[in-house]
Design a protein around this ligand. Structure first.
Ligand SMILES: [Zn+2]
Length: 442
């Protein structure tokens, strides 16, 4: 079936976080180059339009779209083994301005040093996303590889994305330069030093485990041991606490991820705080990843998951109910579904939000459109993370600054975010108690 002829059964309610109501029916704006007609359907569920939109955006222009898969995503029909070839999901040609501020920015200056002094944990940062331009040039030189640019400024420019597809393409190019244990040790040590300098007492490093194992063809044990070596070097010097979250890349499919994670589970589990699921979520409705999380649980390893970064609140419910996720990375699509808001609030499941990332990858159009304030007001537990800091020209302190400016927070609000990050970390109760004691007067 050719895409131009497709009329997909879709959608009653629009996920306003993702697709403004004004664009409903305007297929040229929603899906440039695809020419797909979306037919509203009273039976469809909230968020379905967003999911179908993401599926269509992920399809290569000019390629046929599997209508069975569209129907499954839209909540109709039966699952099919056929999936569209993976590609990132959102088509966003707008340039990213990392200094974009809210038009409602308060005049009060951000108390940088006071916020730096708050003990805080960082729970949403990807090890491979901490490779700054200078380190990337070092890695390329070490391996005799051609860097994407010859200078720090050139790599900085290369770290600017017009949307998720370009981001993932360049993220995986960085992964390719991480080849031996010392590469991993170096970047881990450098990031923990960077975090320590921002007042971070505990870091939970996401590692793209299935990316290295299944896509990169690398063995897990030396990667793991290199990371541990680097983290321990930093910890010995600074006292910072750390742990690892091996992530799955869902586009690889459940069977591939299951095999790769068995290699992870067969090695040292001492430093594993959780098993994670990265984004995007295109395979969630056609593949069952939950047995992998149950396997981890049987080893005493909890689950966390990316969800509702670009997609709908459905993803959060799926991550919580199917994966057993104890934390959600991003989760900014939650406000479109009050039932999912209630689910997070009632279970005390936090969202590890990364506002700078959300702007950089166009998950939101502007600071005003970001739901952070509404999430806090709804009673959802929130922690702040930098996600992939040098790739998004951000730091954890700059994420706190965004929260300060975008949500008009005061120092009590800053301390509450720091406290939330410690309370929802997977560190030991003894460590948490010590760090929370350091926040007692804040
Ligand atoms: Zn992330």
């Amino acid at each position: 079936m050719q895409h131009r002829a497709a009329a997909v059964g879709v959608v009653g309610v629009v996920d306003q976080q993702l697709l403004p109501p004004a664009t409903v029916g305007d297929d040229a704006d929603l899906f440039p180059g695809l020419g797909v007609e979306l037919v509203p359907d009273a039976d469809a569920r909230q968020g379905d339009l967003a999911d179908v939109g993401h599926l269509l955006c992920s399809s290569r222009p000019g390629a046929p779209i599997d209508v069975d898969v569209v129907n499954v995503v839209a909540g109709h029909g039966v699952p099919t083994a056929d999936r569209p070839e993976h590609a990132p999901r959102r088509c966003c040609p707008r340039p990213y301005d990392p200094n974009m501020t809210s038009s409602q920015s308060p005049t009060r200056p951000f108390p940088l040093e006071e916020v730096r002094a708050l003990p805080k944990a960082e729970l949403h940062v990807h090890l491979e996303g901490t490779v700054d331009p200078a380190t990337l040039l070092d890695l390329a030189a070490r391996h005799g590889a051609e860097p994407p640019a010859d200078t720090v400024e050139g790599v900085q420019d290369w770290y600017r994305f017009d949307g998720f597809p370009m981001f993932l393409e360049r993220y995986f190019a960085v992964l390719e330069l991480l080849r031996d244990p010392e590469d991993f040790a170096t970047i881990a040590e450098r990031y923990l030093d960077t975090a320590h300098a921002q007042g971070v007492v505990h870091v939970e490093l996401h590692v793209s485990a299935t990316g290295h194992i299944a896509e990169g063809g690398k063995a897990w044990a030396p990667i793991h041991d290199g990371i541990v070596e680097g983290c321990q070097r930093a910890a010995d010097r600074t006292g910072i606490s750390w742990g690892l979250i091996p992530d799955m890349s869902p586009h690889l499919g459940a069977a591939v991820c299951a095999d790769a994670m068995e290699e992870v589970f067969a090695h040292d589990l001492t430093h594993l705080l959780a098993v994670g699921m990265g984004g995007p979520t295109d395979t969630w409705r056609t593949d069952d990843f939950s047995p992998i999380f149950r396997r981890a649980e049987s080893l005493g390893i909890p689950a966390v998951s990316h969800a509702a970064e670009h997609g709908s609140a459905w993803e959060i419910r799926h991550a919580v109910e199917q994966f057993g996720a104890r934390r959600i990375q991003h989760g900014i699509g939650v406000m479109a579904d009050p039932d999912v808001v209630a689910l997070l609030v009632e279970r005390g499941i936090p969202c590890d939000v990364a506002p700078g990332s959300n702007l950089a990858l166009h998950a939101v159009d502007s600071p005003e459109a970001h739901p952070l304030r509404r999430m806090l007001d709804a009673g959802i537990a929130v922690t702040l993370g930098s996600d992939d800091p040098p790739l998004f020209q951000t730091t954890l302190l700059e994420e706190y600054q965004r929260a300060w400016e975008w949500c008009d927070l005061d120092m009590d609000g800053m301390a509450a975010l720091a406290r939330s990050s410690i309370e929802h970390s997977l560190a030991s109760d003894a460590d948490k108690s010590t760090w929370l004691g350091g926040l007692a007067g804040a």
